[in-house]
Ligand binder design. Structure first.
Ligand code: FES
Length: 193
């Protein structure tokens, strides 16, 4: 058979009939990806909206008091102890959430006065450790060190400020705190809003 006598391309062959489903698949996949891209930022926005700490951070007076621990549980020699902060109730427009974990603090006591440091390093937010041997705080991520008063003790520490303090009070024998997070890696201590 010569080239001219060859049968023309048969459009009803298998190759052609697979084209429809393939196209459909591409269109459906594209729509699915677009939908995910659209929904993700929205979901992230909802998370931010519900974040109990961020919601009231801008105005300190609006930050609710949270009960942390009995005062007698804190060592009288000022040795820090770590406590998780659980917010009793967090409300949004539709729902009330109970016992919401918000972060952690170190509490230390001098008589009836209690100091609270956010556990997050002011550099980039890693968890700071209390080292009982050297009686100071240390961030293992980039080696920032802080004294018991929260100040930066080593000039090579990358943290731009000391540990972040928060308001505390003692009422009915319990320590209460206005728990907040702060912007990382800047000199000023600015609540996240
Ligand atoms: S996050 Fe703590 S030193 Fe960098």
């Amino acid at each position: 058979m010569t080239e001219e006598n060859k049968a023309p391309f048969d459009s009803s062959s298998d190759n052609y009939s697979e084209e429809g489903p393939r196209r459909k698949f591409i269109v459906v996949s594209t729509l699915a990806v677009s939908a995910v891209c659209g929904v993700f930022p929205f979901a992230a926005g909802i998370t931010t909206l519900l974040d109990p700490v961020k919601k009231s951070a801008g105005n300190k007076e609006k930050v609710p008091w949270t009960k942390v621990a009995p005062l007698v549980n804190l060592s009288e020699d000022g040795k820090p102890a770590k406590y998780e902060i659980i917010l009793e109730k967090v409300k949004d427009a539709w729902t009330t959430y109970k016992n919401v974990p918000a972060g952690a603090v170190y509490l230390s006591r001098k008589g009836e006065e209690v100091t609270a440091f956010n556990l997050k390093c002011p550099h980039l937010g890693c968890a700071v450790d209390y080292r009982s041997k050297s009686d100071d705080y240390f961030c293992p991520c980039h080696n920032s060190t802080f004294g018991l008063d929260g100040s930066v003790t080593d000039a090579n520490s990358p943290s731009p400020r000391g540990l972040d303090t928060m308001d505390t009070k003692v009422e009915d024998g319990f320590v209460w705190i206005r728990f907040q997070h702060f912007r990382p890696n800047i000199v000023e201590k600015i609540p996240l809003a």
